[in-house]
Design a protein around this ligand. Structure first.
Ligand code: NI
Length: 474
């Protein structure tokens, strides 16, 4: 970060002044109660009478990298105000900045003058300073810190302006990054920085706070290689002198995140459900000699319309299939699931909410499996004998979970990825053998269409379509 040498010097002088002080009393280190910096901002309009009563006038005291440094100072027996701010010689921008700065001075004065007792007007100060960073020839950020002490209460406030000095426009995060795309990443980086600074805070609390407060219009400093997000420690209930939590994130990191995210989205097609990680394939069970059978299995449903269409198709070929359904969908689409069960199809468990069972504690894993089974039983009266763990993810060598037999597959046309019925059907037809278990998803109309092609072709070749339970003699 480019720091102003001058404003740093002024800040040092200022601090010295405070500590040796007005009223002859040293200002003690900030102590005591947390006061929200949000309240009372509208107590006075920008051109308040409080300010107009003061004899102090802002002075230009220098210039840094094209930005005028302006000082407003008021010292009396009752208070001390020392404010530095910048001006770009661009009318609208300067008015905007001055407005924000003076609004805080007015707020301070208002708080001070409405203090309960005369004595409390002592030990009262407001300091404001800023640092300046440049992004390019036209784009500059001024990041302010305001520190206020009143009645032993300390108020910290940080705010920043990023502006284009040519156009006079204010700039926001979305002008520099794909904010929506990168938000999750920025929240994560910010949460880490906050937790590093305040390890006593609860992780979920910090994430939620950041997620709710990080907006396109949030305070930040932009430099050519780095975006620095600024958070008031107040946001997390932490009050300390001069603390703004800074979260520097390199632009390269953000770009890398966005690129990887895009690649992941492309490779997953439109399905959020099953990622490409295929489990080790099951060996097809050899059927009785001369008998050609195949198991079509459909995961992730039921689906309100596609599953019905599929059941019609299966009926045309007297084919039986196996549905590995998600418990929370069974709750929603019980009717079509009942129909599947009534028509002789097998219904297996695919957990309650499509959880990766290998990432859960033993208790949570059991909960996912038993509540999935319960939802299925409630919906269609079938107590599942089979389970297909989502993503095929299971512990090494695991063949049974909560009494349900683990069912994988040996033919995977990746129908969630290739929404092309012909391509999906061709893959199946060229890989299937007697005793194969084929993985499909009835969430997709294209998969149901592919099933239609496969039913027709394999029927013509003399295959029978059976449930996995029948294949395994369960
Ligand atoms: Ni699945």
């Amino acid at each position: 970060m480019r720091k102003k040498a001058l404003s740093a010097l002024l800040a040092a002088i200022l601090l010295l002044t405070i500590l040796t002080g007005c009223n002859g009393d040293p200002v003690s280190a900030p102590v005591g109660g947390h006061v929200s910096s949000q309240g009372g901002s509208s107590t006075l309009p920008p051109d308040s009478s409080v300010l107009s009563q003061t004899s102090a006038t802002p002075q230009i005291i220098g210039e840094d990298d094209g930005v005028r440094i302006i000082r407003f100072r008021e010292e009396s027996d009752e208070c001390y105000i020392h404010v530095l701010y910048g001006a770009f010689k661009v009318k609208e921008l300067d008015a905007m900045i001055k407005d924000e700065v003076y609004r805080r001075i007015d707020r301070f004065q208002q708080r001070r003058l409405t203090a309960m007792s005369e004595t409390s007007r002592n030990d009262t100060y407001l300091t404001m300073q800023y640092e300046q960073a440049r992004y390019d020839a036209d784009t500059v950020t001024l990041a302010f810190e305001s520190n206020e002490m009143r009645q032993g209460q300390f108020i910290h406030d940080s705010f920043a302006f990023c502006v284009n000095t040519s156009t006079g426009e204010r700039k926001y995060l979305k002008d520099f990054v794909d904010f929506d795309g990168a938000k999750a990443f920025l929240v994560e980086q910010s949460a880490r920085a906050v937790l590093k600074q305040y390890p006593q805070l609860e992780e979920g609390y910090v994430r939620d706070k950041i997620d709710a407060n990080l907006k396109d219009t949030s305070d930040f400093i932009i430099e050519p290689d780095t975006l620095t997000l600024l958070f008031d420690a107040d946001l997390f209930g932490m009050t300390q002198y001069g603390v703004t939590i800074r979260v520097p994130v390199s632009r390269v990191e953000i770009d890398t995140y966005l690129k990887e995210k895009k690649e992941a989205e492309n490779s997953q097609g439109q399905t959020p459900q099953d990622p490409p990680a295929a489990p080790p394939a099951d060996t097809p069970t050899p059927p009785a000699e001369g008998d050609k059978v195949v198991c079509l299995t459909f995961d992730d449903g039921p689906h309100a319309t596609n599953t019905s269409v599929l059941l019609d198709l299966l009926g045309q070929y007297q084919a039986k299939a196996t549905f590995f359904v998600v418990g929370n969908r069974a709750e929603k689409y019980g009717q079509v699931l009942s129909r599947a069960a009534a028509e002789g199809h097998a219904v297996g468990n695919h957990t309650y909410s499509h959880a990766n069972l290998t990432k859960l504690s033993a208790g949570d894993k059991l909960g996912q499996v038993t509540s999935g089974a319960q939802a299925i039983e409630n919906a269609c009266g079938v107590s599942p004998k089979l389970i297909r763990p989502p993503y095929g993810a299971r512990a090494p060598g695991e063949t049974e979970i909560a009494g349900e037999r683990v069912t994988l597959w040996d033919v995977d046309p990746q129908d969630w990825k290739y929404k092309d019925p012909q391509r999906v059907a061709s893959h199946i037809l060229s890989h299937v053998q007697s005793g194969s278990i084929v993985l499909l998803h009835d969430l997709y109309a294209t998969s149901v269409e592919a099933a239609g092609i496969v039913l027709q072709e394999l029927s013509a070749q003399g295959y029978r379509f059976v449930t996995v339970e029948e294949l395994w003699g369960l």
